[in-house]
Design a protein around this ligand. Structure first.
Ligand code: SAM
Length: 297
């Protein structure tokens, strides 16, 4: 008998031909297949003539399923796990099952394949060398604003999942937070008959999708921000930093505020705040302890 292992199998995100041969072989050879929706996975498996023992594993029963998976692995079984579409764990269940299997000392084996995240990113025309995957953004309030602020100031390309009903609002929020001219790609219905990838600025996209009725599945890819070197002649960063430090705002928060409001680099913000806080304290280097080293990203 082959040794027990948990296989994370990617499945198509629309086009059934995107199932890899290895994915078919692994599922066929598995003793048990955990699926987010057994009916939906049943359709896929029938398409490939695979008979499998399917058990549901979704966000509401994942803790119990994690225990069952470990139990089955303990019996020497080969266990496969799939989500409704694409790669498990990417805005899909599975993290808990993986953790439990690893903690119990079993192998976790990826069987790579489709993912809307990578398909949208590579076809977006926007830099793919450094990116952050956000999945679905928080729907409202402070948590949403915080993530929008992070996307606005990060140099990484941002990849976001969104529903068609909320696409217009998302693009409007992104244009407000990250600026009208930032490039964006809206990738819809990837690998399906009505696949469409629209490449515009955030402002153009917000206008284009504000009124348009949109259907299907969507990934939004947003260009990273460009941080500028602080102009040594410009008094604004110093004035703002001094005012905030005088109000006892923590040095790390002051540096963050400078980066976000004045779009200066992490290093410039860090250096300035460190210097000013050191001067104010009369003991240079004190702020460095509070700030820590700047994050290189
Ligand atoms: N695990 C999946 C993956 O690897 O891409 C994603 C699952 S997540 C619950 C579903 C979201 O992924 C959709 O709301 C949409 O944002 C995106 N998505 C999935 N399939 C897509 C497709 N064919 N075209 C565009 N976006 C897609």
């Amino acid at each position: 008998m082959a040794s027990p292992a948990l296989f994370l199998v990617s499945t198509p995100i629309g086009n059934l031909s995107d199932m890899t041969r290895r994915a078919v072989d692994v599922i066929r050879g598995a003793d048990v297949v955990f699926a987010e929706d057994t009916r939906r996975t049943g359709v896929l498996l029938r398409h490939y003539g695979i008979e499998a023992r399917l058990i549901s594993a979704h966000e509401h029963n994942e803790a119990a399923r994690a225990e069952l998976v470990v139990e089955l692995l303990g019996e020497g079984k080969r266990v496969a796990m799939v989500s409704d579409a694409g790669t498990p764990l990417l805005s899909d269940p599975g993290a808990r099952v993986v953790r439990s299997a690893l903690e119990a000392g079993y192998d976790v084996v990826p069987v790579p394949g489709p993912s809307a995240l990578l398909a949208a990113l590579v076809a977006s025309g926007i830099g793919a060398d450094r990116f952050t995957f956000y999945g679905f953004l928080p729907r409202k309030g402070g948590p949403r604003e915080e993530v929008l602020g992070e996307i606005a100031t990060s140099r990484h390309t941002a990849v976001i999942y969104e529903s068609p009903q909320r696409l217009g609002a998302l693009l409007g929020d992104l244009a407000r937070a990250a600026g009208a001219d930032r490039r964006v790609a809206v990738a819809r219905e990837l690998t399906k008959m009505h696949e469409e990838i629209v490449r515009l600025t955030l402002q153009e996209a917000a206008e284009a999708f504000r009124e348009r009725e949109v259907r299907g599945e969507i990934v939004v890819v947003v260009e990273g921000g460009v941080e500028t070197r602080a102009d040594p002649e410009d008094p604004a960063p110093r004035v703002m930093a001094e005012a905030l430090l005088a109000q006892n705002v923590a040095p790390s928060a002051v540096a963050k505020q400078l980066r976000e409001s004045l779009k200066i680099s992490r290093n410039d913000a860090y250096d300035l705040v460190q210097r000013l806080a050191g001067e104010a304290d009369g003991r240079s280097g004190a702020a460095a302890e509070q700030l820590g080293a700047p994050d290189p990203t």
